[in-house]
Design a protein around this ligand. Structure first.
Ligand code: 3Y8
Ligand code: NAP
Length: 260
């Protein structure tokens, strides 16, 4: 069910939560419990996103201008960017739209995963560099970066790829030699160990998402002694940041109690 209006709550705070992550979901549940007036926003990337306790909107806003209009029309007082660290465009738009409308903004941003001494990571700047980092000889590669940014791997057709999608694939396979697992996270260590063993995985490609929902493959790779090509996060503009739901709630609650 998608509704347009914000949930009822303190008149001081009217929050827009840019979601799509486990952290955003935890924040939304807490905000609903605490009675903040808030609305949850998905970009509309998946067919059936997880239902939220908060009223929810799905789809783009129409760039910075569209987001600015939305903020004004809905009388949003606080924007929480709880999107994924690689969702760079919406995050940049949120910085610009909040500046244009003088709206308070905070990012709920989980810390990146840090390489442990026993990890075998090849750290690269982006997806193209990740494709270039794979070995020349044919290998069995777990390409755990979804479905949107696979084109660079067309230049490395010699590998046997295992992909993991949220929704069933439509149309032809994106790579000549690819098997697709349809599974939405959060994932488990046992599940990812089983996936890698049963498919004889030799390499893993991952984004440095941080958080817990996607880290099972990193722990599984360590346990199996497999190399991980780790893609660094995109640069984002300066903005206020929090690493915990509690910090964001305090930021919202502080304004709510003392008046914005
Ligand atoms: C639509 C909402 C929850 C939230 C779950 C987190 C964890 C599981 C791990 C792997 C890596 C990947 C991908 C991933 C993870 C969580 C979290 C996270 C990575 C959903 C969701 C939406 C999306 C969008 C989707 C992308 C894709 C990326 C799959 C819902 C399930 C690979 C990121 O088909 C597509 O177009 C999918 C697109 C952006 C990246 C890509 O390029 O394909 N996430 N993921 C959100 C929206 O519309 O606004 O459907 O319920 C949310 C989650 N995905 O329920 O606890 O919090 O990070 N998401 C990556 O890390 O590279 C999977 O397979 O190991
Ligand atoms: P993106 O590239 O940063 O954004 C592209 C466009 O999609 C944005 O400009 C905006 O359209 C729309 N959009 C994205 N997220 C939105 C949201 N939460 N609410 C409303 N509109 C949104 O985004 P992405 O990387 O495709 O990620 C899309 C969603 O998936 C986000 O919710 C993100 O949290 C989630 N997610 C992404 C990843 C990942 O690896 N990128 C991983 C896990 C979850 P307009 O310009 O029209 O406003």
């Amino acid at each position: 069910m998608v509704s347009q209006g914000l949930s009822k709550g303190s008149s001081t705070v009217r929050a827009l939560i840019l979601g799509g992550t486990s952290d955003a979901n935890r924040l939304a549940d807490a905000a609903a419990r605490l009675g903040f007036a808030a609305i949850y926003s998905y970009g509309g990337r998946t067919r059936a996103p997880a239902a939220q306790v908060l009223p929810t909107r799905i789809g783009g806003f129409g760039g910075v201008r569209g987001l600015s209009c939305y903020i004004r029309q809905q009388r949003i007082t606080h924007v929480v960017d709880a999107t994924h660290p690689f969702a760079a465009e919406i995050s940049r738009n949120a910085v610009a739209a909040c500046a244009a409308t003088a709206t308070a903004l905070i990012a709920l941003e989980r810390a990146p995963w840090m390489k442990a001494p026993s990890d075998n990571w090849i750290e690269v700047a982006d997806v193209a560099a990740a494709a270039a980092a794979l070995p020349e000889p044919s290998a069995r590669v777990f390409l755990a970066i979804g479905r949107q940014h696979l084109a660079p791997f067309l230049a490395r057709p010699q590998h046997a790829y295992t992909l993991r999608y949220v929704d069933p694939p439509e149309g032809s396979l994106p790579l000549p030699n690819a098997g697709i697992i349809v599974s939405r996270g959060p994932f488990t260590l046992a599940g990812d160990l089983d996936l890698m063993r049963s498919r004889g995985i030799e390499w893993i490609v991952a984004r440095n998402a941080g958080g817990t929902g996607a880290r099972a493959k990193i722990d599984a790779a360590r346990e199996l002694g497999l190399p991980v090509v780790m893609i660094a996060r995109p640069e984002l503009p300066e903005r206020r940041r929090a690493e915990s739901v509690e910090e964001v709630l305090a930021w919202l609650g502080h304004d709510a109690r003392l008046g914005a």
